[in-house]
Ligand binder design. Sequence first.
Ligand SMILES: C[S@@+](CC[C@H](N)C(=O)[O-])C[C@H]1O[C@@H](n2cnc3c(N)ncnc32)[C@H](O)[C@@H]1O
Length: 260
Amino acid sequence: MGGIASVLYGVLAYLLFLGTFLYAVAFVGNLPVPKTIDSGAAGPLAPALLINMVLLGLFAIQHSVMARPGFKRWWTRFVPQSVERTTYVLLASLALVLLYWQWRPMPELVWSVTDPAGARALQAIFWVGWAVVLISTFLINHFELFGLRQVYARLRGRTLPEPVFKTPFFYRKVRHPIYLGFLLAFWATPAMTAGHLLFAIATTAYILIGIHLEERDLIGLFGDQYRRYREQVSMLIPLPRRKVVADGSAETPSARPKRP
Ligand SMILES: C[S@@+](CC[C@H](N)C(=O)[O-])C[C@H]1O[C@@H](n2cnc3c(N)ncnc32)[C@H](O)[C@@H]1O
């Protein structure tokens, strides 16, 4: 694929991702869009449950299988390396479009928070969650995560960027701020319906499995640097731990230089 065609493909896939990401906020948060997690006429529970589980399963399989190094090695025999990430992003976005389109509402209320202050707090956590997701993508490298850096490198005839281990800002508090943001956004709702609860449980299970697979790959990539990071920084819950310095190794509080 030529450089300009790669960039066009990369930009189109990125725009589709951006649309599906913004739609996800509205879908989960029941904002005024044509279809949300709880909107529409409800049918019988069992088929709705089955269809929703298949939709979530399709997304999970696409997202985790295509992210594995072994799959990428095989896949890039057919797809140019420069657009491998773009193709991943495109297929993930299409899986999400299918989910939004075919999702069956399951409106039975499981719990609700009627206290106005409690409801407002949950709404705030929802928005904080999405903000943490978006900010964290920029902390890691937003344009590389979504394939644009790779197609730009191809256009300029440069070699593809090597993965770099980073621990900026949120990554000094938890190892997976993007996933933490998703969990906050998916669970924080004043009115938890059966459909929303199914979505929250399934995505939480998927995130926990995804973390296990991702960390195995990260250890393969960064070795002891990531092992040390894993010992020193919490997975998802920001607990106070030892300070992580720029190279991913840790400084214990006692080893830090004392003020004169
Ligand atoms: C969707 S991002 C999720 C990152 C992280 N799990 C999180 O929740 O913030 C997945 C990509 O981030 C990369 N990644 C995860 N942690 C990283 C780190 N500390 N430094 C650099 N890349 C990282 C993984 O290799 C993978 O390609």
